[in-house]
Design a protein. Sequence first.
Length: 312
Amino acid sequence: MKKCLKCGIRTNIYIPQHRLALCPEHYINWFEARTQRTIEEFKMFQKTDRILVAVSGGKDSLSLWNVLVKLGYEADGLHINLGISEYSEISEIKTRNFAQRIGRKLHIVDLGRDFGRTIPQIKENERRPPCSFCGTLKRYYMNLYAREYGYNVLATAHNLDDEVSVLMLNTLSWNIEYLSRQFPVLPEENGFARKVKPFCKMSEKEAAMYAVLAQIDYIEDECPFAEGSTTLHYKKLISQLEEKSPGTKLRFYSEFLSKMYPVIKDRRPKTSINRCKSCGEPTQSEICMICRMRNNLLYGKLQTSTDKADNP
Ligand code: SF4
Ligand SMILES: [Zn+2]
Ligand SMILES: [Zn+2]
């Protein structure tokens, strides 16, 4: 057993990539302070901003909401019930209970009610994998709620493992367009709210540890559609690298941000944004992706895999 670096009591909490042993109380303080440093490092937002946090009911998103509120930020939640049977029912209950616990407003989108179809129902008509159209729907509702309710910042709980798996995927295919967008802050533009990822430097294990120590009641099950996704495969590979050489993930990501991102950030293609003729949301086409999906579902046509998502 090691000793807490701050108070000296014996602890089995050890963070290898930082060579840091901390007791539960000091781990919570460290995690929150590190999130605050990340917010400042990337100038994500300030106390005067109104933040909408995307909360799924899982450990990362509830932890993020908890940390932001504890740090004194004006952060409300947005939960999207995807209609994925028991998984979605439990996720919504956990999120509602958590909102009550921290005393913050929670907005809820019910896909079955608000879009007219749940994820499993859309899957029947779609060629794309569920995570692809699910992501499009989530981005659409996040932007819509941010604008309708006056939030200028959208926060998601993407952690270091999420960022590194996408970075690896995009690097292996040298997808410069996607790499040029992979920054933890995307500014408000073209009618889309500013997007931030305050957990971008916290690993999945660190976030899970925080959730347990802060006694956050989250849904432990993963979405049933997560299994088999490409990023999950990369996460497993990266974990193996990390095990052999602690700190690899953080180094790969941090070095990308400081050395590579400045070189390619201006390669981001300039797109002209219109208003969707059907719903008025920003889109690169005449009709936005969501309205096209809705029409396709109504008329029973299949979505083509070449359609581009609208939102960055
Ligand atoms: S795993 Fe895929 S389908 Fe499930 S919530 Fe995430 S993006 Fe949606
Ligand atoms: Zn301590
Ligand atoms: Zn539309």
